[in-house]
Design a protein around this ligand. Structure first.
Ligand SMILES: CC(=O)SCCNC(=O)CCNC(=O)[C@H](O)C(C)(C)COP(=O)(O)OP(=O)(O)OC[C@H]1O[C@@H](n2cnc3c(N)ncnc32)[C@H](O)[C@@H]1OP(=O)(O)O
Ligand SMILES: N[C@@H](CCO)C(=O)O
Length: 397
């Protein structure tokens, strides 16, 4: 498959929920396949917090990281490019080409602290303007996980006439107190870093230590306690002794993920995107979550991760009470929230079913059934970890 190049589309002045306007906003995006003459074969793929438009493919000049859902798109893939035209935008407020705090403001200098507070609805509005510009009236499918799941759901609520099928993975109808609570120390870690300078740190290195700590906190919530226990327990990092100033293995692991993110992400974007997530509420101004869910006309699929302690299965079950929900799928995994990125075999099977309308496997959960039973999909998880997790007891997942 040829490498999909990143493009950038001006979408004009973007009216925000706050009442402010982002002048001359742009959305960067990638596509795979061709939009057909009827313009009815478009699929929208929405990335999570630190992802981008590069859903599949190698690293390249345009792409600092490899694709985050490898194998999803291409000839014969679940999103078969012989049939589907796939569009993946980079999110509003991020740092991968779409307008965000590091982009030039109208005065030519980076927005920094003047970048406005944005919502998930604003992000979806920007994506709808991109779809308008590309001549896409409606999507055969909108799919995303985590923050991408929030946007997928918001698409189905905001634009019922433009979404025919919708897959919401590892996301809820609104931010919970627990999700907001975990974001607080992350935001504080960045803002209290002396290098933050109130958000106006460009072109300096910015609050690297604060961002690193934020990612450490977040990454722990993205994995299950059981996985961390089975992988690391209370072991020391090789060659170090925690009782003599050294580190635990799990500490080293979190520090690795913190450092890795700092190399590829902007701290202001991290703040803006985290605050968009904490403000997520499909029911705001619409008479509440239940009323908002009733607006959905797309065939809805909800996927939850059995061991997700951040966006819990119960959060997804609320979304699955939408009258339009056809399937509540359980991604059976010990990996916690990040399983929507790791358990690709199970995730892609869910996407395929949603797209083809294939029968929902039994046993399963639907909006009208409360019987809990995990899906039977084969996982790509390490056999050893899975076996150890099973031995430790299913109640821990
Ligand atoms: C892959 C990308 O980043 S694509 C770019 C867009 N990014 C996104 O969309 C974000 C999505 N990606 C992510 O959030 C994460 O990368 C995930 C969820 C996919 C990672 O999940 P996994 O594949 O299970 O990786 P895992 O959590 O085991 O971490 C592996 C890393 O930890 C390191 N590690 C493991 N144990 C330790 C330890 N004790 N000390 C230090 N490092 C350790 C490994 O060496 C490996 O390093 P590497 O990633 O630099 O090669
Ligand atoms: N690991 C994900 C965040 C969890 O949804 C990311 O970095 O985008």
């Amino acid at each position: 498959m040829t490498l999909s190049r990143r493009r950038s589309q001006p979408v004009g002045d973007l009216a925000l929920d706050s009442g402010q306007t982002l002048d001359g906003a742009r959305v960067s995006y990638q596509t795979w396949g061709r939009l057909n003459e009827a313009r009815d074969n478009a699929v929208l793929v929405l990335h999570a917090l630190t992802g981008d438009s590069h859903v599949v493919g190698e690293r390249g000049p345009d792409h600092p990281t490899p694709g985050w859902w490898p194998g999803l798109i291409g000839p014969g893939a679940p999103l078969d490019t012989d049939e589907w035209f796939v569009l993946a935008p980079a999110v509003l407020g991020g740092c991968r080409g779409t307008t965000g705090p590091s982009s030039p403001a109208p005065d030519g200098r980076p927005y920094g602290s003047s970048f406005p507070r944005i919502t998930v609805r604003d992000q979806v509005r920007a994506e709808s303007l991109l779809a308008d510009a590309l001549g896409i009236r409606s999507f055969a499918l909108v799919v995303g996980g985590s923050a991408g799941g929030m946007r997928s759901l918001e698409w189905a609520v905001s634009y019922p006439g433009r979404v025919r099928r919708c897959v919401v993975l590892a996301a809820g109808a609104r931010a919970t107190a627990d999700q907001i609570a975990w974001s607080v120390p992350q935001l504080n870690a960045i803002r209290l870093d002396p290098a933050f300078h109130g958000g106006d740190y460009y072109p300096g290195p910015g609050p690297r230590a604060g961002l690193e700590i934020a990612r450490q906190i977040a990454h722990a919530t993205y994995r299950s306690a059981l996985e961390l226990e089975l992988r690391f327990g209370s072991q020391a990092q090789a060659g170090e002794d925690p009782l003599r100033g050294g580190r635990y293995a799990v500490q080293s692991y979190l520090e690795h993920h913190g450092k890795k993110l700092v190399r590829r992400f902007d701290a202001n974007s991290y703040l803006v995107l985290t605050e968009a997530m904490t403000g997520h509420d499909i029911g705001r101004g619409r008479g509440g979550v239940e009323a908002a869910l009733r607006r959905i006309t797309a065939e809805l699929t909800v996927g939850v991760v059995s061991s997700d302690r951040l966006f819990t299965p119960a959060d997804g079950e609320v979304v699955a009470t939408a009258p339009a929900c056809r399937e509540l799928a359980v991604i059976d995994s010990p990996y916690g929230h990040d399983a929507f990125l790791i358990e690709t075999e199970q995730v892609f099977a869910i996407i395929r079913r949603a797209l083809t309308g294939a029968p929902v496997p039994v046993p399963h959960r639907t909006a009208s059934s409360t019987a809990a039973s995990p899906s039977t999909g084969a996982a790509t998880a390490s056999r050893e970890l899975r076996a150890a997790a099973v031995a430790a007891g299913p109640s821990l997942w």
